[in-house]
Each structure stands twice: as C-alpha cells, then as structure tokens.
Design a protein around this ligand. Structure first.
Ligand code: GAP
Length: 521
C-alpha cells in the first residue's frame, strides 16, 4: 500500500475548501445563484441528490425496515392552521433577537451568549491540551479538569452564565437576557460596539395564503417540523395498521424556518429536510424509551464509521415547550461540536393539545390494561442536510502522495457514495470502449455507475477521487485477451486484477447496504 499524508488545514480553511469543493463537483449549489443567491437556501446538484437519497434510505431502512413496529408515512407540508396553535408554535416558536444599532446587524441573543461561552470553553481545552503535551502518557485528564485552578475558575464562569441564561429564558425575561449581554461586555463582531437594542421574540414560521388573499382566515404556515403531520395521523395509522403500543411512525420531508442567523453553509437553512420518528409509549415508561432511543440513534451515527469521538450528547439547557427531557447528538463539524440530531421526550403534550383544539379523541385502547389513554411520545429528529454536511466534513481530505503529487479525495462510505463505480476504458479504440459498455450494462442494473473515456487514466482517477467514487474499473488490452480488468480502490489506491464474470458479485459485496444494516442488529 502506498503511503500518503493528509494535509493539515486550519478549520476555517478546511470548511472553506469543503464548500467550494461541494460546488465544483456538483454536490451543493447556492440557490438562485445567477440572481446572486438567496440567503440560507441551497440546491443539491447531481452528486448531492444521490448522497442525500442514500442517507435518507439508510435512515428509513434502519427505522422502518429493521423495526417491525415502526411504519412510515408522508404527510403534506400545508396543514390546518389550528395545528400550529395547538402545537404551541404560533405562541412559542420564537428566537430572541437583538440588533446592534451601529452596524444595523441582527443577532440571536442566545447565539451571542453561546459564542461567548464557547470562547471560555476553548480556553479550558487549550489548557488541557497544553498539559497533555507536557505530561504525555502519564497525563490524567479527569484529575486535571477537576483540580486545575484556571480550568475550575473558567468552568465556574460557564456554569454561572448558563444558569442565569437558562433562568432568564425559562422566565421569558428578555430584559435580563439583554443585561447578560451587557454584563458580559459582548460586542458586535462588525461594529465592535455594545450599542444593543432591547431583546425581542421573533416567530420563525413562514406564513402564506391559500385561496383568496383577502380572507385573513386563509393564512396558513409552511410546517416548521414534520412531526405534527405524524401526530394528527396517529389514530389513522394506529387503527389501519392495527398497531400496538409501543409503536413508531417515521417520516422524512421538508420543513421551513425563517432563521435569522443564517450561516455555516447548509448547517442552518430556511428550507431543509428532517427525518423524524415519533415513538408512542405507555405513560410512565417514556424515560426508559428516551434512553433507549438516545443509544440507538448514537449507534446509528457511529455505524457510519467516522469515529466515535466525533459525536457527543448535549442535554438541553432550555427545554422546548413540549418536552420533559431532551438531548442533542452533537457532531464535531469543522466549526466545532454542534447539534446534529435531537431526541425529545414530548410527553402527551401534542396529542392532548390536538384533542383539545380539534375536539376529537386521540386515545389508545390498551387491551392489557383495559383502559384508554393518550400515549406519551419519544421523538428522534435529525436534519438530513446537517447529516449530509457531517459526511462531507468527514469525507473530504487533501492528501500528499508518495510521489509528492497531491489529490483531493472524498472518502464517502461506499454504501452512501453517489456513484459506486467508474468504468474507464484505457483508450478510445481497439474495442476497449465496447468492453466498457458491456460492463456498464451489467453493473448499472444495480448501481449508479459513471462511464468516462476522456483524458489520461491518472487524471481520470483524480477526478473520480474528487467526486468520491469508491471503485474504478479500468479496461485495457489484456481485458480483451483474458476477460480481466483492473479494480482500483479509492481509499487505498490499490489495484487488483479481477475477472469480469466476478465483477457483479465483488461490487455488490463492497457497496452492500445489507452489510451496513447488519451492523445495527
Ligand atoms: N420535531 C422536533 C424538532 O424539529 P429541532 O431540534 O428543532 O426539533 C430537529 O430540529 C433537527 O432538525 C435538528 O437537530 C437539525 O438537525 C435539523 N434542523 C433544525 N433546524 C434546521 C435548520 N434551520 N437548518 C437545517 N437543519 C435544521
């Protein structure tokens, strides 16, 4: 195997390069680019749509196919407006906003405070890594964190700010939220001043009209989460599917939020896709299921093979209006650990509220208990776009090869890769393209394959590495004599000679989704 080294890039440089690579190789485009784009809205290109589809499929199969008691549905984006009153989104789905009077820039107050806390946390991490370097193998990190005076002092600061901030948000005390910003002497990154407006709440839902614009009653919302489509169909699915508690309903689809702080590429978008599952359980058992689903979802992320140290749990400081417990699975993006998925114990809040607002019973008859009740719900909710970004962040690498040349490679796990195979006749003559086409016809029935006969073979390999194609099949003159081809592995760059008759089986095995799903069992 050839030795390669991965170039060390600063996190800013890495993120910038990932964004431009995503555009250059057809993964993600800025929406409406020829009109200078639309902030926080993105389009997926020819590679992106495939990666997204494969991620969605892996999630769907892990949920719906591997769990006999989970079924899927697909509900409309538009729903009766009262649904959003019942769910609490009309009254409580807000972000606290603050403007800087000098720069005229608008910020989320909570983000300003979180960024401030992240800086203190970075100081702690610096202290820890300095000592780790100094003491090497003998370094006891837990002891250091619990005894070093500077770490303790900084941790105390973080805890105090967190407690005060949490109390202010829970009490909806926006005056104190502003006071925290002032007390911490947080300045606007643009103007550098502390000339802040009062903090106020801003509802994140987009609204539009159905039918006649003049009738106010026709205002409807673009759903800010897919979950409500599941709740209002709870009885339809339970009855038609003869579902017994505990059972789950899964759904994937678009959601819309008027995000004020649009940044970090596809991390925070105004139009995005969610993959959600509501698990309906007996009241009183919800914590058991909550912990189980936390573990199950973390395992699913770990199964992607990016390293367990890339993920961590973060328990929510401020619970959403519907939850009695909530945690995020955070992923280490190039810009730090951030929320990738939420797991929420939503109690009976949604179903009970829909009962109240609709006047219809949304109860389950438990034949073992011989009584009716409103089930409790544990929800898992992951953003498909964030998941996509986590894959790009982890797959992208700039490498220096043994001979001093460089390559950019997207080490996307083979079962998720947009194209599985590239078929590359060495020359555009002597019957090699015809042989290539024969191979395409065998493989394309099962896999998305790319055929390329232009350019020198080395250049074509580089392009396939950059796209993230895990396997290249090269047809040369020997292929016509002994029916063999070269199979090249993207990650190791190793090549082996294989018989064309074996190709189908070999590729099926290497990119198998079935093998991947087995890891979850
Ligand atoms: N039904 C619960 C719910 O919607 P959430 O924590 O607000 O919970 C769930 O959202 C997931 O949706 C997040 O963990 C994130 O991955 C994704 N998400 C939320 N807002 C997003 C945005 N503006 N852009 C991209 N993904 C977003």
């Amino acid at each position: 195997m050839s030795t390669t080294t991965t170039k060390k890039l600063s996190s800013e440089e890495l993120f910038k390069n990932i964004i431009s690579h995503a555009k250059e190789y057809g993964y993600v485009f800025q929406s409406s680019e020829i009109y200078d784009g639309l902030s926080a809205v993105y389009d997926y290109g020819q590679q992106g749509v495939e990666l997204k589809k494969n991620l969605r499929d892996y999630w769907w199969r892990a949920m719906v196919q591997l769990n006999e008691n989970i079924v899927g549905i697909d509900t409309a984006i538009f729903m009766h407006p009262t649904i959003w009153k019942a769910s609490g989104h009309v009254d409580a789905f807000n972000d606290p906003l603050v403007d800087n009077k000098d720069s005229k820039k608008r910020y989320r107050a909570d983000v300003l405070i979180e960024d401030y806390l992240a800086k203190i946390e970075a100081k702690i991490e610096k202290e820890v890594s300095k000592s780790r370097e100094r003491f090497g193998e003998t370094f006891d990190e837990a002891l250091f964190r619990s005894t070093n005076p500077r770490v303790l002092e900084n941790q105390k600061k973080i805890d105090e700010i967190n407690d005060r901030f949490k109390a202010a948000l829970n009490a909806n005390d926006l005056v104190d939220v502003k006071q925290i910003i002032l007390d911490l002497e947080i300045v606007c990154p643009i103007s550098g001043t502390r000339n802040w407006t009062d903090v106020r709440q801003f509802n994140l839902m987009f609204s539009t009209q159905v039918g006649s614009v003049s009738e106010e009653a026709n205002t409807i919302y673009l759903r800010p989460e897919t979950a409500q489509g599941i709740f209002v169909n709870f009885l339809n699915v339970q009855k038609t599917g003869r579902m017994k508690i505990p059972f789950g309903i899964a759904q994937t689809g678009k959601a819309f939020r008027n995000e004020i702080v649009a940044r970090q590429f596809i991390f925070r978008m105004r139009e995005f896709e969610q993959m959600e599952m509501q698990y309906f359980v007996k009241p009183g058992t919800e914590m058991e299921w909550y912990h189980l689903w936390k573990e199950k979802r973390l395992n699913w992320h770990h199964s992607l093979g990016f390293g367990t140290d890339k993920y961590r749990f973060h328990d929510h400081l401020k619970l959403a209006h519907y939850a009695n417990a909530a945690a995020d699975i955070e992923f280490e993006f190039p810009f730090g650990f951030k929320e990738l998925e939420g797991i929420h114990s939503r109690t009976d809040f949604d179903l009970s509220s829909h009962e109240k607002f609709s006047g219809k019973k949304l109860q389950y008859f438990d034949s073992e208990e011989n009584k009716n009740y409103v089930p409790y719900v544990v929800e898992t909710s992951v953003g498909l776009d964030r998941l996509f970004l986590s894959v790009l962040s982890q797959a992208y690498a700039e490498e220096i090869l043994e001979d001093g040349s460089t390559r950019v490679v997207m080490r996307i796990p083979a079962f998720l890769a947009p194209y599985k195979v590239a078929v590359l006749p060495l020359m555009r003559k002597d019957g090699l393209p015809e042989k290539g086409r024969e191979i395409m016809d065998i493989l394309k029935l099962e896999h998305l394959c790319i055929y390329e006969e232009k350019d020198a073979i080395g250049k074509r390999y580089r392009r396939m590495d950059a796209i993230g194609v895990p396997y290249c099949i090269t047809i040369d003159h020997q292929s016509l004599e002994d029916n063999t081809v070269t199979l090249r592995d993207r990650d190791t760059m190793e090549q082996e000679r294989v018989n064309i008759d074996q190709l189908e089986k070999i590729i099926d095995d290497k990119v198998s989704l079935k093998k991947q799903l087995k890891k979850l069992m």
